[in-house]
Design a protein around this ligand. Structure first.
Ligand SMILES: Cc1cc2nc3c(=O)[nH]c(=O)nc-3n(C[C@H](O)[C@H](O)[C@H](O)COP(=O)(O)OP(=O)(O)OC[C@H]3O[C@@H](n4cnc5c(N)ncnc54)[C@H](O)[C@@H]3O)c2cc1C
Length: 457
């Protein structure tokens, strides 16, 4: 008998699940129906800042697979259809075709929830005015580009200095805008400790970006036509022809909540290691709508990243397809950049380590990306946290120029393997003058951390 798999959400997690399940089961064995309320599937939101900034020329370069390509592989992809309700005991979902308004119940044998995350939009006056933009979807990106092309002036305000805000600030600078970033936290990039965040602030200011920290948006002010003309914080007003919101996201789990599925303390769905929703045999979930296990602190977190969403989808598809795969958790690795400044982090910040009840040593070192004498060498700052007494690596943050960010992968592997900083010193990393100093900056930090651990043992 043919089983029916219904998937809600047709982007990274949803379409990875559909593709993997289809690789493992034929259309005779498994019918796959995907509901996607948007206009696109399998697109890279990660590329939107680079499209807006002009590094990527065409919108369609950000689309990995079109609906037609998915359909050619026997995936029944229903675009512009929104799922409005889950009836989990009845094994069915209520779906509405957004163009016609027609509604129907569709039954399933297996269900995948891949509804992603919802961008935060503070409920303040003027927030929905023309000229105020999110950057979650390709439609958002297109609207922003059109808004920039027709904007009366060249003053942009970015709200939020997480990685999306910082990347959008770069995009707007590249388009010749005067950019002000308004950030609630004490420094940009709250995923780093404030001392490392201050390096990013300094670099952004060096690029001519005005960075306002511990400042909160209170109002969007509009002109006679209703278009944004300025934004206000408690302290001041800032003229703005365009405003971009990058304040963060929360899991899109309203349907799941209404259906009584288990949510964690961050409102993300809770799954077991096979990405099956806890306590529900026939329901899986993955991507930005779930919480993940932090392997370093042992706590559940909500981390909205495409790299996780694609893996979740593949694991779900493999399990539904009759195979066996698990997602063990994450160490919290992320990379970003603002112009030529590269930023990377993995593991715990100081405040995470405190919250987890860990005692630790912290070291910060200055090094370079290449041998000191080699042309193009650039400074790099590495901060490392190691557990007191055991010396287990707890986290690394890194700020530098070309070649800095991807060094974080060494630390991500060391964290996953639960290595001590002492063991890291012995890692056989590659060396030649164009690529690193003879002691790679990660090794220099590990050596200093090992000394600190030894001293306080
Ligand atoms: C500007 C930007 C830059 C980013 N850069 C990076 C990066 O550099 N690296 C990285 O790892 N990650 C990055 N991300 C994050 C990454 O894009 C997301 O983590 C990833 O897209 C999550 O995939 P997902 O499938 O879980 O959710 P989504 O991509 O959000 O897909 C969910 C889909 O579900 C649909 N949907 C929701 N509810 C319903 C419903 N009820 N009915 C029908 N359809 C529904 C939505 O329309 C959407 O298409 C970035 C994100 C943004 C916005």
């Amino acid at each position: 008998m043919t089983e029916r798999l219904v998937i809600i959400g047709g982007d990274a997690a949803g379409m990875s699940a559909a593709s993997q399940a289809r690789r493992m089961k034929s259309a005779k064995e498994l019918e796959i129906v995907v509901f996607e309320r948007g206009h696109f599937t399998s697109f890279s939101a990660c590329g939107i800042p680079y499209w807006v900034g002009g590094d990527v020329r065409e919108r369609d370069q950000l689309i990995a697979r079109t609906p037609e390509e998915h359909r050619a592989r026997d995936i029944d992809l229903r675009m512009r259809v929104e799922v409005l309700e889950l009836d989990v005991p009845g094994h069915r979902v209520r779906a509405r075709e957004l163009e016609s308004g027609a509604e129907s119940w569709v039954g399933y044998d297996k269900l995948v929830i891949a509804t992603g995350a919802t961008p935060i939009r503070p409920p303040i006056p003027g927030i929905d005015a023309p000229g105020v933009h999110g950057v979650q979807t390709l439609d958002d990106g297109q609207d922003l580009i059109e808004s920039l092309e027709s904007s009366p002036g060249r003053r942009a305000v970015v709200v939020g200095a997480g990685y999306v805000g910082v990347e959008m600030a770069e995009a707007l600078i590249n388009r010749g805008y005067e950019v002000t970033v308004i950030n609630r936290g004490p420094q940009p990039m709250a995923t780093l400790d404030p001392d490392m965040g201050s390096l990013i602030r300094k670099a952004m200011e060096g690029l001519g970006i005005r960075v306002l920290c511990t400042a909160e948006l209170t109002k969007v002010l509009t002109d006679d036509t209703g278009r944004v003309r300025a934004v206000a914080t408690a302290e001041a007003e800032f003229p703005a022809d365009v405003v971009v919101l990058g304040i963060g996201v929360r899991p899109n789990t309203e349907l799941a909540r209404a259906a009584g599925l288990p949510l964690g303390s961050h409102d993300g769905l809770l799954t077991d290691l096979s990405m099956r929703v806890r306590g529900y045999r026939d329901v899986w979930a993955g991507g930005d709508c779930v919480e993940v296990l932090d392997l370093v602190s042992g706590t559940e977190r909500h981390i909205a990243l495409g790299t996780h969403a694609n893996k979740h989808g593949q694991i779900i598809g493999a399990n539904i397809g009759g195979g066996y795969a698990t997602f063990p958790g994450v160490v919290g690795t992320a990379v970003s950049k603002v112009c030529d400044l590269e930023v990377a982090r993995t593991g715990l910040r100081e405040k995470d380590a405190h919250a987890a009840g860990l005692q630790f040593e912290t070291v910060t070192i200055e090094s370079t990306s290449r041998s000191g004498y080699f042309p193009g060498t650039a400074p790099m700052t590495v901060k490392m946290l190691a557990e007191r007494r055991t010396g287990r690596l707890l986290g690394v943050q890194l700020v530098g120029r070309e070649g800095a960010a991807k060094r974080i992968d060494i630390a991500a592997v060391a964290l996953t393997a639960r290595m001590t900083v002492d063991q890291m010193i012995a890692l056989d990393l590659g060396y030649a003058p164009p690529f690193s100093p003879v002691w790679d900056p990660i090794l220099v930090a590990a050596r200093k951390a090992a000394v600190a651990v030894e001293r306080n043992r």
